[in-house]
Design a protein around this ligand. Structure first.
Ligand SMILES: *Cc1c(COP(=O)(O)O)cnc(C)c1O
Length: 371
């Protein structure tokens, strides 16, 4: 009735495309970002596929996500970067998870965890070069570097990496951030700290600023076959969308002209017509704000959802087309609208569309790697 298909072979192919792109001059590692259930694609399934493809690193926001990956048997290096003051760093150190450090407090928590585990914490210093989210400010950086150096010398931590994240505002702002990152690297070097992995760019920066790929790039949305740019389509980069969202028509009916359709009668039938009922609503992640804007495809023909999208269902006016219960409805995917189209209809970005699709959809994976 409702099906999301994830083509893991498309993910593997997108990884190959990005690897080829970044390895034209020298070796650049790829970190695959699988946070937020791999942008709605299934974190464990995607991570297993990426591991089988030999990805260099995996990235998540939370330690809890990293621990789920380890619990599923993932052995690849994992970096987690968004920490709550109560997150279990001891377990993270025990499970060999790399931790971003955005403050002296976080550093001391890693040190404490490493001592408790009689182990060495693996850290990546996160620098705020202008996004103003997490990361140590340039003002606080010198002190943090001194503390890191002391802890490295005492054998509590290894300073594996230093990194930052761009605001993707535009070339002027992004280049200014790259410049600040360079200053951070200079400062660390002057203090005698070296890093195996300097990393700055996500999908968009990796595609836009070859000079800023450093030792590793952190690729999320491009792995799922979507473009990080609102004015660029993924196929221009050779990327293939991995997610398809489909449903089946559950009921059709003939109605006379002037029939009000769905809540609030956003739409009334202009003439006698056939209405098709589709069992997908905002509970499945289809944005209610796309009512009157989004298109779906039924039997390879596109139709606008003129009426209000409800929690469980929406209605499509299919005119006099021969559509019966059981007919396939493509919400987005091959031969239908794209996730970008739905994002445009809902006034959002493709990232949000794929990440939010869920609810009662059944999932099917193509090209899975068994445990
Ligand atoms: C989410 C995230 C990424 C990946 O971004 P994409 O635009 O999806 O490639 C990279 N780095 C950090 C720190 C992130 O939070």
């Amino acid at each position: 009735m409702r099906k999301i298909t994830i083509d893991l072979n498309a993910v593997a192919n997108n990884l190959a495309v990005m690897r080829k792109l970044v390895n034209t001059e020298g070796k650049v590692l790829v970190l695959g970002v699988v946070k937020a259930d791999a942008y709605g694609h299934g974190m464990i399934q995607v991570a297993r596929k990426l591991e089988a493809e030999g990805i260099d690193y995996l990235g998540v926001a939370d330690v809890e996500e990293a621990l789920s990956l380890r619990a599923a048997g993932i052995k690849t290096r994992i970096l987690a970067w968004l920490h709550d003051p109560t997150d279990d760093f001891e377990k993270a150190v025990a499970k060999d998870i790399d931790l971003a450090v955005s403050s002296a407090d976080q550093l001391m928590r890693v040190v404490k965890a490493a001592k408790a585990q009689v182990s060495i914490g693996r850290i990546h210093i996160k620098v705020d070069t202008g996004l103003s989210r997490n990361g140590v400010t340039m003002t606080e950086l010198p002190d943090l570097l001194d503390q890191v150096l002391a802890e490295v010398e005492s054998g509590s931590v290894t300073s594996v990496g230093i990194f930052s994240h761009l605001s993707s505002t535009g070339p002027k702002e992004d280049l200014a951030q790259i410049e600040v990152f360079e200053q951070a690297l200079e400062l660390a070097k002057a203090k005698g700290l070296s890093f195996e992995l300097r990393h700055l760019t996500a999908s968009d920066g990796t595609l836009t600023y070859p000079q800023a790929r450093y030792d590793m790039v952190r690729i999320g949305v491009a792995l799922y076959g979507l473009s990080p740019f609102s004015d660029n389509r993924a196929n221009e980069f050779g990327l293939t969308p991995a997610m398809t969202c489909e449903a089946t028509v559950v009921q059709t009916k003939r109605v006379p002209a002037g029939s009000g359709v769905s809540y609030g009668y956003l739409y009334s039938t202009p003439v006698e017509t056939t209405l098709a009922l589709v069992p997908i609503g905002y509970a499945e992640g289809l944005p209610r704000s796309a009512s009157g804007e989004a298109e779906v495809s039924i039997n390879d023909r596109k139709y606008k959802i003129h009426s209000r999208i409800a929690m469980d269902q929406f209605v499509v006016d299919v005119g006099n087309a021969s559509v019966s219960p059981g007919a396939k409805v493509v919400i987005f995917g091959p031969n239908g609208p794209t996730a970008d189209d739905l994002a445009d209809a809902a006034g959002t970005i493709n990232y949000e569309i794929v990440t939010r699709m869920g609810g009662r959809f059944k999932r099917e994976y193509l090209g899975s790697i068994e445990e």
